[in-house]
Design a protein around this ligand. Structure first.
Ligand SMILES: *Cc1c(COP(=O)(O)O)cnc(C)c1O
Length: 361
């Protein structure tokens, strides 16, 4: 068996111990004589799995008691509509910062339901930075203020959160969830598609402050109402059972093997540091993002020549360093260094980049 180092932006690597444990438990989960994929979601044994995943998430992320955790489907993209349907219910205004394609999609979707206001954008420089925000330009009566915390395609991250006062801050954390500790109490709502850092595709995790649940707009489909899922413990209908189970194993790994989010952050800083330090000294490769807004998770870089980029991506793949091609709209390369990417994978990548540079610069 040969495993590659997979730098994909998502779906992406899962921790090897998680995959091994899932393989061990595949045919007979804890003496039940069934795979988790086969069991009733109403069974006691699955109740233990989903309850266990929720309490691990609460513990690892230190989620306060007055927040609901919802295990949903529909991807992060469904949240672009669910958030306005549930939260745009007072002034029907919301503020947005446009830091890339995902934030822009969320903004466009919200604009179908109310007054979506762009407070800042970094589109002028292809989203290579996080705009400086001036709170005096925020809508005082907005129902919420929306950001995409880590910009998967462009490789930027907020190191400082906007000061929105009593206006609830909503953040898409799809590509940085669980990468480091965050203060959940600063947010009204957080959501993430699991396939970047939490588990397999098919699961979307929403963490929402209780007082924001229960005020959905009249036309909201039942399945798009947070209250539906909060009232039924994410079991109004069949949840993505197997994805929830794997997410639970990932959280168990984070807690017991990694030792929590503080340790995870140290490891992630080490990994990203290896690659950024190399890029800063390279004659061939360079990063595309302003230094102070660099993401720990997604690191785009270019040589300046599309032909050289393509040659590098192909040569790296031959070495078992795969999915380094940049997003189709950006070009160049992107290395996604999510939690499951071992330090060794980044060391191998940097070694290979050094060799490639010597041979081609
Ligand atoms: C991947 C991604 C999405 C889209 O997620 P889906 O689950 O495919 O809908 C949205 N936002 C961010 C920040 C992402 O990285």
């Amino acid at each position: 068996m040969k495993r590659v180092y997979n730098f994909s932006a998502g779906p992406s690597m899962l921790p090897e111990p998680v995959l091994r444990r899932a393989a061990d438990e595949m045919l007979d989960y804890h003496g039940s004589g069934q795979s988790v994929m086969e069991m009733s979601h109403r069974s006691k044994i699955f109740g233990g799995i989903i309850g266990g995943a929720e309490s691990l998430l609460r513990e690892v992320m230190r989620i306060p008691e007055n927040y609901k955790v919802l295990f949903l489907q529909g991807g992060a993209s469904s949240q672009f509509a669910m958030v306005p349907l549930n939260l745009m219910n007072g002034s029907r205004k919301a503020d947005f910062v446009l830091t890339g394609q995902w934030a822009t999609k969320a903004y466009k979707e919200a604009a179908r339901y109310g007054e979506a206001h762009v407070v800042a954008s970094s589109k002028d420089k292809t989203f290579t930075y996080i705009p400086k925000l001036d709170p005096s330009t925020f809508s005082k009566d907005a129902d919420y203020f929306y950001i995409c915390m880590n910009n998967t395609i462009y490789g930027t991250v907020y190191h400082e959160l906007p000061r929105t006062g009593s206006v609830p801050l909503v953040a898409d954390i799809s590509s940085c969830a669980l990468s480091r500790p965050i203060d959940v109490s600063r947010f009204g709502l957080l959501f993430a598609g699991a396939q970047k850092n939490m588990g397999p595709a098919g699961l979307t995790v929403v963490v929402v402050r209780e007082d924001l649940v229960g005020h959905a707009r009249e036309l909201t489909p039942t399945m798009f109402n947070y209250q539906t899922h909060a009232d039924h413990g994410s079991m109004f209908n069949t949840p993505p059972c197997y994805a929830v189970y794997i997410c639970g194993l990932v959280l168990d790994w984070l807690k017991n093997t990694v030792g929590g989010l503080e340790n995870m952050e140290k490891i992630n800083k080490k990994k990203a540091g290896l690659l950024y330090d190399f890029l800063d000294g390279s004659r061939l490769f360079h990063g595309t993002v302003v230094k102070e807004d660099r993401s720990l998770m997604n690191i785009p870089f270019v040589t300046g020549s599309p032909d050289m980029d393509a040659k590098f991506v192909a040569a790296a793949a031959e070495q078992g360093l795969v999915n380094l091609k940049g997003h189709r709209t950006v070009g160049g390369m992107r290395a996604s260094l999510y939690n499951a990417m071992p330090v060794e994978g980044v060391e191998k990548l940097v070694d290979f980049m050094e060799k490639f540079e010597k041979a081609n610069a």
